[in-house]
Design a protein around this ligand. Structure first.
Ligand code: GFB
Length: 316
């Protein structure tokens, strides 16, 4: 395995305005990496192969973090399946293809733990991919994410490209989407508890039965793992990124309640979907390589709430 030195080339973060991309930019800047390339959605439509080729032809990135995509929580996934499959399939395909055409030295593709079968044995090992049916609430998104893994592997096999794939668990942190309709559970609950406190409402509605379990990784830890893998991981097989610990949605709601509005009550709404019963990643391969997360959930929630209070709450 050859270690990569990101300061020896130009680094393109595709999706730099998103939760993950902005954390990767912060992480790279902290490491003194200044040769960063970014493009906003208005400047470059990543679904457009000709535009992406043109960008690569002019900018000549050496390293690519492919962390762009259309993402959202369980409701957005269920109600906008066409956008989730089309946008993500296209973005993965155009960027991977251009990275091959223009000689990118290494690309890291970011997937999602929803690629694994709904009734997977836990914790989920990398080899459980495609061993059973997917969770219906996010199947179109998961199919696009699986296609991304296979794209990287196919380009590696046919053209010898050094493209790797990382599969993160559920993410959260500064820069998240706090919109309760389209966001993921953790930012949605921060927003809902804050609004309830503001308007002196007694309780907050938490979707589903509260029994599903999720594993949450602070996004700055994920960014650190992505840089670590870019520098140190060279295999065709995708690799899980998480904490190795999970929590029920009800217990998560209690943690967020305690951080935002301790007097608030929790009201479960079982008419809303639960999604996957559990998705805890087996992170032993990543641990063996020498990487571990550093931000535990209560600290991560406190940091995210602070960011929300500084950046989102004032606009409410
Ligand atoms: O975070 P979330 O939307 O995504 O929901 P998934 C996680 C769990 O929290 C589900 C419950 O059981 C939800 O029913 N939940 C409770 C809530 N209250 C809320 C709420 O106010 N908002 C939201 N959003 N959920 C997504 C996939 O699945 O995970 C994506 O749809 C992606 O494809 C992402 O993979 C990481 O964990 O269920």
């Amino acid at each position: 395995m050859t270690a990569v030195d990101l300061s020896t080339g130009r680094v393109f973060v595709a999706g730099h305005r998103g939760l993950v991309g902005s954390a990767i930019v912060r992480r790279l800047q902290r490491a003194g990496i200044s040769n960063l390339l970014t493009a906003t959605r208005a400047e470059l439509d990543l679904r457009d192969q000709a535009a992406v080729n043109q960008f690569f032809r002019l900018q000549r990135p050496d390293f690519v973090f492919l962390v762009a995509g259309t993402v959202g929580g369980i409701l957005a996934n269920s109600t906008r399946p066409a956008e989730f499959i089309y946008d993500n399939l296209m973005i993965h395909a155009t960027v991977v293809h251009a990275a091959h055409l223009y000689g990118v030295r290494k690309l890291l593709y970011l997937g999602s733990s929803c690629i694994y079968p709904r009734e997977c044995a836990q914790p989920i090992r990398e080899e459980y991919l495609l061993s059973g049916p997917l969770e219906p609430t996010n199947e179109p998104y998961a199919v696009a994410k699986i296609a991304g893994i296979r794209l990287c592997q196919a380009y590696r096999r046919q053209y010898g490209c050094n493209f790797i794939s990382a599969m993160p668990t559920n993410l959260y942190g500064p820069g998240d989407n706090f919109d309760p309709a389209s966001g993921h559970v953790l930012p949605a609950l921060i927003h809902k508890f804050y609004q309830a406190r503001l308007h002196r409402e007694k309780s907050v509605v938490v979707w589903g039965t509260g029994t599903p379990r999720r594993e949450f990784l602070f996004v700055d830890d994920l960014a650190d793992a992505c840089v670590f893998l870019m520098e140190n991981y060279d295999e065709a097989e995708h690799i899980n990124v998480g904490t190795g610990k999970d929590i029920s949605i009800l217990a998560l709601a209690e943690l967020v309640r305690d951080a935002v509005y301790p007097e608030g009550l929790i009201e479960l709404d079982p008419s809303m979907p639960d999604g996957m019963p559990r998705k805890l990643l087996d992170v032993s391969r990543l641990h063996r390589l020498g990487w571990r997360h550093s931000v535990e959930l209560p600290e991560g929630i406190a940091r995210t709430v602070r960011w929300y209070l500084d950046h989102v709450a004032p606009r409410q």
